[in-house]
Design a protein around this ligand. Structure first.
Ligand code: SF4
Length: 287
């Protein structure tokens, strides 16, 4: 019965999505949007499973916290167990609301249940718990992080904001630069000669075309400094699962749309990216 109802809701949502025209309904992006949607469908299941499991664990822990000292508390004051009980129930309700709002956010693709702060809760509370739970049940940290990045992207999109191009920062990892390139770009990205040996030539073209900011970070500290200098309203970041997940956490409350890089030569060496995906994200968020 529940399954049938859920199927109907999901079918209705899918139909609704198909009838809604995206702001950049350019035909050339249709396959890319489908690819992004399909990938999101798979990863959101992992995320929903982990978020539900984490919430149940927290709630059980809180209930235990109340039950165990229940007998002993009466010796302090007859009403003490009930006060602690009410406090516990309030916490359980808050966590339950947060988890429900988050799941609805993911399913509906927009903010619900006054869930403006849901992205913060996901980043600060649920991600560490989900990583822990994932480890306990044998889901790799990388899978949890990839799932978190996808869901974070949907939450950022779900907020429905658009930003002036000069308030958007495109943040790249240093490994995107060809390892044999002799030019130093960390302090001046325009030192790039756009020879086309790596993705930076295409990224500079996108920067010039849309008027956004582009920077390369050689690590977390430099990335933070770049963010402080540019004061962006939105960051489109390209990196691996680990760097993106920690970057999203570090820069909160600034929204970060994360794009995973490709690593054909292993981690941190001559990595590549999909310029189409970057351009799609720029179109999705710029005014
Ligand atoms: S495009 Fe060419 S010049 Fe620019 S960073 Fe890549 S390899 Fe160096």
């Amino acid at each position: 019965m529940l399954e049938t109802t859920c199927s109907k809701i999901l079918f209705a949502l899918e139909t609704d999505k198909k009838m809604t025209k995206t702001p950049i309904a350019d035909q050339k992006y249709a396959p890319l949007e489908k690819e992004i949607r399909d990938s999101f469908q798979t990863r959101k299941r992992v995320f929903i499973g982990l978020i539900t499991g984490s919430s149940i664990l927290i709630c059980c822990f809180l209930v235990l916290l109340w039950v165990i000292p229940f007998v002993g508390l009466t010796t302090i004051h007859p009403t003490a167990p009930w006060i602690l009980g009410l406090f516990t129930i309030a916490l359980v309700l808050i966590i339950g609301w947060a988890a429900l709002a988050l799941v609805l956010n993911i399913l509906l693709g927009r903010s619900v249940l006054m869930a403006k702060r849901i992205r913060g809760l996901t980043i600060k509370l649920f991600l560490p718990l989900m990583t822990l739970l994932g480890r306990l049940i044998g889901i790799s940290k990388q899978t949890v992080q990839a799932s978190f990045i996808k869901v974070n992207n949907e939450l950022v999109k779900g907020e429905g904001h658009r930003y002036p191009p000069h308030k958007i920062l495109l943040l790249m990892p240093h490994c995107i630069q060809n390892s044999r390139c002799q030019y130093r770009l960390t302090y001046d990205i325009d030192n790039c000669k756009r020879c086309g040996l790596c993705s930076l030539a295409g990224l500079l073209d996108l920067r010039d075309k849309y008027g956004i900011n582009l920077a390369i970070a050689t690590g977390g500290t430099i990335a933070r400094r770049i963010v402080v200098q540019h004061r962006p309203k939105l960051i489109i970041a390209v990196a691996c699962e680990r760097d993106l997940a920690s970057g999203i956490q570090d820069t909160y409350p600034i929204p970060v749309y994360g794009i995973l890089n490709s690593r054909p030569f292993g981690p941190c060496l001559d990595t590549t990216l999909s310029l189409k995906q970057v351009e799609w994200a720029i179109g999705e968020f710029s005014t």
